[in-house]
Design a protein around this ligand. Structure first.
Ligand code: 6GU
Length: 260
């Protein structure tokens, strides 16, 4: 996957590109990330990339020409048509499904706008508009990093253990259940006994059940669309009965949160 990021602040991407999993993915040749400075495509001596809004009003608006020319340059550089994504709070909400869809494209251009807005004609360049949530950022750069990070996790080989993308929250429409590592007891907080038994089938069932429980408690609306097997539905029924039987669990009562 090749990702060109059109931005006025290419330097913002260095920490993400040079750290941890994203860095390793680049070194392995699984992804190539190329920040492209939009300002480099401004024609005038002052390298102007923004201007006052027609009709008046506050703030500055990103000019169309440098962005169009930057996209032209990418197309020339590639020798084929990339999939162009515009980052904007008005776009379609980023989900695991959107991230996966982008990860399957060989060449993606992310356009990160800045200032109070961009010239409406810039929309004509994009195959898709993406938002990362209902709040406004000062620029599309942080959103581009989120989209990039969420997407590359779906490229085979990027995660050390390829199973982990499949087990993640949302991959099958459920939240991930609780996870533990050593020590088995810390400050009187115990790891559930079942995880120490080595009985793999029982552990699998317990994990699945706890993922369902967590989803029911925290994001019940996800259960309506989750891909549940017959066995999952049996586990859901058990969980619903257990939850009705009383909020036995300290997590549900909320009496641990912040008290340790
Ligand atoms: Cl993609 N851009 C900006 N500027 N703000 C946002 C966003 C994007 N998604 C949520 N807020």
């Amino acid at each position: 996957m090749q990702v060109y990021i059109l931005t006025l602040f290419p330097g913002m991407f260095s920490p993400v590109m040079n750290t941890s999993i994203v860095k390793r993915a680049q070194e392995q040749g699984l992804v190539r990330i190329r920040p492209v400075d939009i300002r480099g495509f401004a024609k005038d001596a002052h390298k102007t990339v923004d201007d006052y809004p027609y009709g008046g009003g506050p703030g500055m608006v990103m000019k169309p020409e440098p962005v169009f020319e930057a996209v032209d340059w990418v197309k020339q550089d590639l020798g084929r048509q990339p999939f162009v994504v515009l980052l904007t709070p008005q776009g379609q909400k980023l989900t695991a499904a959107v991230a996966k869809q982008l990860a399957e494209k060989p060449d993606v251009v992310l356009i990160a706008g800045h200032y109070e807005g961009f010239d409406e004609r810039i929309r004509c360049l994009a195959h898709m508009e993406v938002s990362i949530g209902d709040y406004v950022l000062t620029g599309g750069e942080l959103a581009a990093m989120v989209v990039l990070d969420a997407s590359i996790r779906f490229i085979p080989g990027v995660l050390g253990d390829q199973d982990s993308a499949l087990q993640d929250s949302f991959s099958d429409g459920l939240l991930e259940g609780p996870q533990y590592t050593r020590p088995a007891e810390y400050r009187r907080l115990k790891v559930p006994d079942i995880l120490l038994t080595g009985r793999h089938e029982d552990i699998y069932r317990w994990r699945r059940k706890e993922a369902i429980r967590r989803t029911l408690r925290r994001r019940p609306e996800l259960l309506r669309v989750a891909r549940l097997t017959f066995e999952d539905r049996c586990l859901l029924e058990q969980v619903i009965n257990e939850e009705k039987a009383g909020e036995s669990c300290s997590e549900a009562r909320g009496d641990i949160r912040g008290h340790y």
